[in-house]
Design a protein around this ligand. Sequence first.
Ligand SMILES: Cc1cc2nc3c(=O)[nH]c(=O)nc-3n(C[C@H](O)[C@H](O)[C@H](O)COP(=O)(O)OP(=O)(O)OC[C@H]3O[C@@H](n4cnc5c(N)ncnc54)[C@H](O)[C@@H]3O)c2cc1C
Length: 387
Amino acid sequence: MNLAQPLPFRFQLASLPPEAEKLRSEVRAFLAGEVQAFAPELRAQSWSGFNPEFSRKLGARGLIGLTWPKQYGGHERTALERFVVTEELLAGGAPVAAHWVADRQSGPLLLKFGTEEQRRRVLPGIARGETYFAIGMSEPDSGSDLASVRTRARKTGDGWRVSGTKLWSSWAHKAQYMIALFRTGEGADQRQLGLTQFLVDMSLPGIKVRPIADLTGHAHFNEVIFDDALLPHDALIGAEGQGWAQVTAELAYERSGPERFLSSMMLLKQLVAAAGPDPSERVAIALGRLTARLHALRKLSLSVATQLQAGANPALEAALVKDVGAVFEQDIPDIAHDLFGQEPSAQALDAGLRVQAQLTQVAPSFSLRGGTREILRGIIARGLGLR
Ligand SMILES: Cc1cc2nc3c(=O)[nH]c(=O)nc-3n(C[C@H](O)[C@H](O)[C@H](O)COP(=O)(O)OP(=O)(O)OC[C@H]3O[C@@H](n4cnc5c(N)ncnc54)[C@H](O)[C@@H]3O)c2cc1C
């Protein structure tokens, strides 16, 4: 790497416009009435908390599909306003999982590559908080090496015949749709060219969904088996063989938001409460460091949102924020343990220890979901010209 060259990252200090801060106050007031009643450990689930009623209420307030055109049920607001809403939802511990994937990536992907019929069919339901999506990328032998997916879609006179297995598909047991990446091309030169994205109606025959329990005992992700399932011709998204380029765009949506550093916020809040108004020097230093890291991450993430608003593709910057953000999110349960030394337990009487138990068990997944640490660092290294 030539250190005399400027770094390729386009991070610029950005601030939020007044309309975004006004929206923040509205969302905060709404959440105060909605989520305060939930148990702290439920709020600690953050964007893994599935609550259709809450998603519907959010949709009714115009807080889903925020940046989308009005003709599809959207609200034509800015990416910065969406940033603020996301921050408030996560900092408040709102249960957003039902609509999260659809709002963050499936809707935007369909706006970019979908047909008019697909957009009209699904986007208004997403914006109402009633239509949910799963992501069908990973497979039993294809996670990081996504281009090696083997689930095959064969074109026939009736439509597309699909056979194979998707794995770790979050909320596929609740979602009405999945956007799935299937192999449609043959031959060695077709590794990336032979991939295509499909809009899968999860109620079709030949699709079996089997939930998988995680360390907390909850089953949020699934194995999804396609056994000669027949998808209609119009299930195709974008162009046949263009799935790789499209899925790369989708991953940029998936990695770019503040959810990539705010997953442990409820525990950080519990730590501040436990420290009280007169903390020891050791506790004050630890919490001060965490706050400084949070502030820096927030500025980086805001810069990514500003680039999205300007129509740029900040995939490199998003990979960096997700990587540094996951380290931050994962450090918080460890620091909680170091500072207070108590054993976290889901059955503890103390709410802080229940929150800590929740985060301790799920934190390892923060650097797996949405692309592993090694894969993100590979992307960053390529951006820096190191590989
Ligand atoms: C909570 C959670 C939710 C998820 N939800 C979804 C979902 O909704 N839809 C979906 O499609 N997937 C989902 N995933 C799957 C996730 O995207 C994959 O787990 C991830 O991409 C890694 O793939 P893998 O599990 O096959 O691991 P592998 O790819 O087998 O990787 C195993 C280890 O090897 C390392 N490794 C792999 N290749 C390299 C390399 N070239 N260089 C250096 N190190 C390497 C990885 O970093 C990792 O540490 C979810 C995962 C989690 C944990």
